[in-house]
Design a binder for this molecule. Structure first.
Ligand code: TRP
Length: 445
């Protein structure tokens, strides 16, 4: 598993270290901030059911495909396609698209993550005042660009500091500390939600009792789009992480484990948040503000222990995801340009930081798709709706139809069956599902 120690690329120290880091990449703002709020917007149970279906049909197979590309090539996303095809192969554009997507996603991701860090300190001070007062505090905070930039600076600085230390000393060590801490805090919050609030039962039925009349076509499509984002798929993050793995792994089992943990954590986050939402009769469909403007109203009554641990958890989760985004970009410059890890991380991290400043200024708007919009929304829109699905489609076609990956030798009968099933889905069902997402993004269907 340790591959070739002593090379400058680095390798994972252990299989569990890899799993924790991959789960760390997948679990982030997508699970804890985005999943609950879009579940609220699209009506609950039925949306959750479709999302789970998408994890199976799109998520697991593309995760397998990315791990195969990464561990076969032992390269960054661009180098991987070059190595598996040829130096001049047009497939390397898939890798380029991924590196570019990672660059843009991290720039706005760091802004939300920075806000989450700021809220740790707000939570320590304590949320006080009426519901309206607390909500308007968020609006004021959103409008204070200098403060947003400051927290973005701190968060990017932390991300850069970890990635500079490389695979084992940096990413793996931090994931080993942060991931279990995250799971503990989250379990605590959801148990609190179920057993100590009056909203627990309502939250469970909201999340797990499907009511299909609530589900719109747009809800189905958003569920598919979110599967990409939450599992860090479509831009080569899992290619990069897979490249630090030895070649002998059970891809399907590893992918299934990562997807299962990511999904479980999203569901626990949903339980924790909706228990509070229903206890205080807050509207579940308020949208992206759910965490920052609505939850503090509830936190004012639950006290600082719950609120501080919540925002700590969110920041941990965002940090391990941000690390994976930066690692994709950095590994490209290390492998393909021969830069040192330190130089790559500082220069690229710095450039991403500068782009992020645009995303941190909420009142700086430019015309986009017919109306003035902040850069934050534009970056999110372009990457999530176009870059990730197109990247995912190319990765899936590459492994399913170009590489025609054979079953790895050895292993049990059931493992072979599982692998073949995943490959069948990857070749036939996944591309169709992804094409639908892309056409929807283009408003063609
Ligand atoms: N999956 C992370 C989340 O849910 C975000 C993320 C990290 C990501 N790396 C990625 C999204 C790569 C897309 C691609 O918050």
């Amino acid at each position: 598993m340790t591959g070739t120690p002593g090379t400058s690329r680095g390798n994972w120290g252990s299989r569990i270290g890899f799993i924790l880091a991959a789960v760390g990449s997948a679990v982030g703002l997508g699970n804890i901030w985005k999943f609950p709020y879009i579940t609220g917007v699209y009506g609950g149970g039925a949306f959750v059911l479709v999302y789970l279906g998408c994890i199976l049909i799109v998520g697991v197979p593309i995760m397998v495909a990315e791990l195969i590309i990464g561990s076969k090539s032992q390269k960054n996303p661009v180098g991987a396609f070059r190595k598996l095809r040829s130096e001049k192969s047009p497939w390397q554009l898939t890798g380029w698209l991924g590196v570019a997507a990672g660059f843009i996603i991290l720039s706005f991701y760091s802004v939300v993550a920075g806000r989450s860090m700021a809220y740790i300190f707000k939570a320590i001070k304590g949320f006080t005042g009426s519901a309206n007062e607390i909500q308007s505090q968020y609006t004021v905070f959103l409008g204070d660009s200098a403060l947003s930039i400051l927290w973005h600076t701190i968060f990017m600085g932390l991300t850069i500091a970890i990635v500079i230390r490389g695979i084992q000393m940096g990413i793996e060590r931090w994931s080993k500390i942060l991931m279990p801490a995250l799971v503990l805090i989250l379990l605590g919050l959801s148990f609190y939600g179920i057993f100590f609030t009056t909203g627990g039962i309502k939250a469970l039925s909201f999340l797990f009792k499907p009511n299909f009349s609530q589900l719109s076509a747009e809800g189905v499509l958003s569920a598919m789009g979110h599967a990409f984002f939450t599992l860090s798929l479509g831009m080569g993050a899992m290619i990069t992480y897979g490249s630090y793995l030895g070649k002998k792994i059970n891809y399907a089992k590893t992918a299934a484990t990562i997807c299962l943990l990511d999904t479980a954590i999203a569901l626990f986050a949903g339980i924790a948040i909706f228990s509070l939402v229903f206890q205080y009769n807050v509207e579940p469909s308020v949208g992206p503000g759910l965490i920052f403007s609505t939850l503090p109203v509830l936190f004012a009554q639950t006290g600082p222990i719950i609120s501080v641990s919540f925002f700590l958890l969110l920041t941990f989760a965002a940090l391990t995801s941000a690390i994976s985004l930066l690692e994709v970009v950095v590994s490209y410059f290390i492998d393909e340009r021969g830069w040192s890890r330190t130089r790559s991380t500082l220069l690229l991290g710095g450039a991403i930081y500068l782009l992020g400043i645009l995303a941190a200024i909420d009142n700086l708007k430019v015309p986009f798709r017919g109306k003035p919009q902040p850069f934050f929304d534009i970056f999110d829109f372009i990457t999530t709706n176009y870059m990730l699905p197109v990247g995912g489609l190319l990765i899936c076609v590459f492994v399913g139809w170009v590489m025609k990956e054979k079953l790895p030798p050895g292993g049990s009968k059931s493992a072979a069956f599982f692998y073949r099933t995943v490959m069948f889905i990857l070749r036939y069902l996944t591309p169709i599902a992804v094409i639908i997402i892309i056409l929807h993004g283009l408003e063609i269907i």
